[in-house]
Design a protein around this ligand. Structure first.
Ligand code: MG
Ligand code: MG
Length: 264
């Protein structure tokens, strides 16, 4: 899940190795959900069925869905289809069809610590444009993660993501940002996916023990967005496709440590 860019709070909580180990467990559970989503997503499946599957996996591993009840959000996953970029609400009547793309965002709390990760999936065969959008968004996230190194600035992450996306002709969403994460799903700092030197967190440096959820949201036709009347679902202003990839990452002396993965 993402946050609306706002007035940043100043104090960043650094995590101990023990806390990062717990966040790694939370992240592994989130990654297991994504592994299951990859298997389950196909034409004919409903977003409500994906939500039920995600919740059962999280609870089976002794964790709690982060999103359920968060500011009243009613579900375990955000399921955002095609022009929806974030915060789509799973529904029994939302049936995926061949050619759709779906962004699944999911968070879990394990022993008091959060993991948060999003991935965009193809439903069957999708258009060349959709494939390219998903690839560029995923690659932009990893170009950004490369910058998560002690001494570099948050703005170095932002620049890497923005330049990668724009060099491929797509648009980075401005209004929603990545965030610190730990005992709360959303902690300081805000981590923008575009360069804004005026933002108070932009010049902040990555330091060991900082844990952040990095999450570029990328649109085909415009960076502008609007929220639907359900109060949650965010769509592209022009109806073009959108993709969203997110990992929770810890800053270490040895470089970025991705917590929301099944790989070691
Ligand atoms: Mg998320
Ligand atoms: Mg997030």
């Amino acid at each position: 899940m993402t946050v609306v860019r706002g007035k940043p709070r100043r104090v960043v909580t650094l995590k101990t190795p023990r806390e990062i180990a717990l966040m790694r467990e939370a992240g592994r559970i989130v990654a297991r959900v994504h592994e299951a989503m990859r298997e389950a997503i196909r034409p004919g499946v409903t977003t409500a069925a994906l939500d039920a599957l995600a919740e059962s996996i999280i609870r089976k591993h002794g964790a709690i869905p982060s999103f359920k009840g968060y500011h009243g959000f009613p579900a375990t996953i955000c399921a955002s289809v095609n022009e929806e970029l974030v915060h789509g609400i799973p529904r029994k009547d939302r049936v995926l069809k061949e050619g759709d793309i779906i962004s699944v965002d999911v968070g879990a709390i394990y022993k008091g610590y959060h993991g948060d990760s999003a991935w965009t999936y193809a439903v069957g065969e999708v258009s060349e444009e959709a494939r390219r959008l998903m690839a560029v968004t995923r690659e932009a996230l990893f170009a950004g993660i490369e910058q998560v190194r002690v001494g570099r600035r948050l703005m170095d992450y932002s620049r890497a993501v923005q330049e990668y996306v724009e060099s491929h002709g797509f648009f980075v969403v401005r209004l929603y940002t990545g965030h610190g994460i730990g005992r709360a799903m959303h902690e300081p700092p805000e981590v923008l996916n575009y360069v804004n030197p005026m933002h108070p967190d932009s010049k902040r440096r990555f330091v060991p023990g900082m844990t952040v959820a990095l999450e570029p949201m990328v649109n085909v036709g415009t960076w502008q967005t609007r929220t639907l009347s359900d109060g949650w679902t965010v769509v592209t202003a022009d109806g073009s496709l959108s993709a969203h990839f997110e990992h929770t990452v810890a800053v270490t002396e040895d470089g970025p440590y991705i917590l929301t993965t099944l790989e070691d």
